[in-house]
Design a protein around this ligand. Sequence first.
Ligand code: CDP
Ligand code: CDP
Length: 223
Amino acid sequence: MEKKLRIAIDGPAGAGKSTVAKIVADKLSYVYIDTGAMYRALTYKALQQDVNLHDEVALAALLRETKIALQITPHGQDVILDGQNVSAEIRSSAVTNNVSFVATPQTVREEMVDRQQQLAAAGGVVMDGRDIGTHVMPEAELKVFLIASVEERAKRRYDENMAKGFETDFEKLKEEISLRDKRDSEREFAPLKKADDALELDTTSMSIDEVVEAILRMVTERA
Ligand code: CDP
Ligand code: CDP
């Protein structure tokens, strides 16, 4: 039987992590874990409860009393926050533009990493985020760092919004993506960073299928 690997996929916003991670997990019959959804769920709850997003103690206390479950469905993954399905709500622009504040404090991150490590304990996982290769699964057998130009990443998000029928300002979208990347890369604890042993893949001119194939080749080399 082939070895069940732990696959870590990190990179900036819109690099294609979740799209590609989902397909790779499906092809390998692995579990997909979207760690960004966990930070988004906490952000959604903090906004709902008017918690100060810059108050580390309040955020850590909120997380301790919060249950976040990721449920695999035929069409992807549902995010269940304290028993409520918030899969759509956590994608709002209010959550997107505030999530990197909630993801900054060390106490919040340590608790999240602990929960994510429990989810990954059995192996056979594809996990995507910002600190998977560096903090959550430093022993992962395969680490991939996906990048693409900010222009291309904004275009992908723009096309995604248009397909859903949302009119979007491209320049504003580009600015928001750059700002979130900056906050994620510059935070003191567990910033967005390529692990030393991660393989970097520039997907700027690659299709989703090409990226998936490249990762599956890396898996074959390691299994
Ligand atoms: O899919 P998208 O690139 O928009 O972001 P996401 O993966 O849903 O993550 C949302 C935010 O959560 C990121 O911008 C980070 O601030 C935070 N995050 C993190 O800090 N560490 C992770 N492992 C995953 C997400
Ligand atoms: O998870 P992350 O923020 O890294 O990106 P994503 O949400 O998986 O991908 C953003 C968008 O880019 C999606 O609409 C994908 O279909 C698209 N995409 C693409 O057009 N070409 C790729 N090579 C990868 C993703």
